[in-house]
Ligand binder design. Structure first.
Ligand code: DAH
Length: 336
């Protein structure tokens, strides 16, 4: 009988040292420590042990059980915990648990605004076109009736790319009105277009100015276009884009490429109370501009406008500082 105990002890310790996975450890537990395991059958031999040896056998068997239990626990720790089959333990994956929503990016609010503006003007019959950001003086100034001495042409107020005193120098466009010229140079009237894109001016940055911003330019050329058409178009746009309750007004102004000219204002709060904010210029296309592109000013009439897209969006979304749009802080951008 004592040999049975010795045998079991050496078998068990050999088996246990070969265990390398929780599954193997579980098989070990069933084989030796389980309800039908080797220890149990060893104990059941006790009744066959001669009376005078019972006491010693019992003590040795108990000692073996304790020792096996301890080695088992140690092994369990070293394998990283419970060796019970998965079904009996906490599920590793609860497939009914709602997943973590994937973080989606989104379009920048200015991109979204450009799309919406094109859509709104599209409904009014305007086609969307684009033009280059690097322009020549002819399209940025000359054809727009802006004379050489005009302050808008001051090299300090523009980003010139080539010598400003050279022949038709290049610059980053300061306005999208350049696209009016490009379209009229290549198209016969009637024309009804809008053009969106970036413009560049070395302005000092503040809550409403930035050295790069976006404009939407509109141009409508046909016979007998009137100032009433211009005003109706801009007011309809303003109320379609901002809502019926938006407070807007046109104020007489001056631009070399329109006559008469006006500026569009909208009431909004920039943090210092509600006040009028200028959002762009407009007017009836000056006959000198028609002549520059080869249209007969006696036959054709038209209106044009150029609006600052950032300011349009600022009024719509109550954004009180243009600089926030370009800081790329996702906590701000995520709101739109
Ligand atoms: N280009 C002007 C600016 O950037 C805005 C403007 C005014 C555009 C009158 C126009 C216009 O088309 O007719 O300040």
């Amino acid at each position: 009988m004592p040999q049975r105990i010795d045998q079991l002890q050496s078998d068990a310790s050999a088996d246990l040292s070969a265990v390398a996975t929780p599954e193997q450890l579980e098989a070990f537990r069933i084989k030796y420590l389980g309800t039908k395991g080797a220890l149990k059958s060893l104990m059941s031999l006790l009744k066959e042990v001669p009376k005078d040896q019972k006491r010693e056998f019992g003590q040795r068997a108990n000692a073996l059980r304790q020792q096996m239990q301890e080695s088992f626990e140690q092994k369990k720790q070293s394998l990283g915990g419970d060796a019970k089959p998965q079904a009996a333990s906490k599920p590793l994956l609860d497939v009914t648990e709602p997943g973590a929503p994937p973080k989606l990016g989104r379009q920048h609010i200015i991109t979204q605004t450009v799309d919406e503006l094109i859509e709104v003007f599209g409904r009014m019959g305007f086609d969307a076109v684009t033009g280059p950001e690097v322009e020549d003086e002819h399209h940025n100034f000359v054809a727009l009736n802006i004379p050489q001495q005009h302050p808008a042409r001051d090299p300090l107020d523009n980003f010139y790319l080539t010598d400003p005193d050279g022949d038709n120098p290049l610059l980053m466009r300061s306005q999208t009105s350049t696209v009016q010229i490009r379209v009229m140079e290549n198209t016969k009237p009637p024309i009804r277009i809008v053009s969106t894109g970036r413009v560049y001016r070395p302005d000092e940055h503040d809550a409403t100015h930035y050295s790069m911003f976006h404009q939407i330019e509109g141009l409508y050329v046909d016979r007998k276009v009137s100032m009433t058409d211009l005003k109706t178009t801009l007011m309809q746009f303003a109320h379609a884009y901002w809502g019926k309750d938006a407070d807007v007004k046109l104020v007489p102004s001056y631009f070399p490429f329109t006559e008469p000219s006006a500026e569009l204002y909208v009431k909004m709060d920039l943090g210092k109370g509600v006040d009028w904010m200028e959002v762009g210029g407009c007017g009836m296309v000056d006959p000198a501009v028609f002549e520059a592109v080869g249209y007969d000013p006696e036959e054709w009439t038209g209106f044009a406008f150029g609006l600052g897209i950032e300011r349009l969006a600022m009024r719509k979304y109550d954004i009180r500082d243009i600089r926030w749009l370009f800081e790329n802080d996702v906590r701000f951008l995520r709101q739109f």
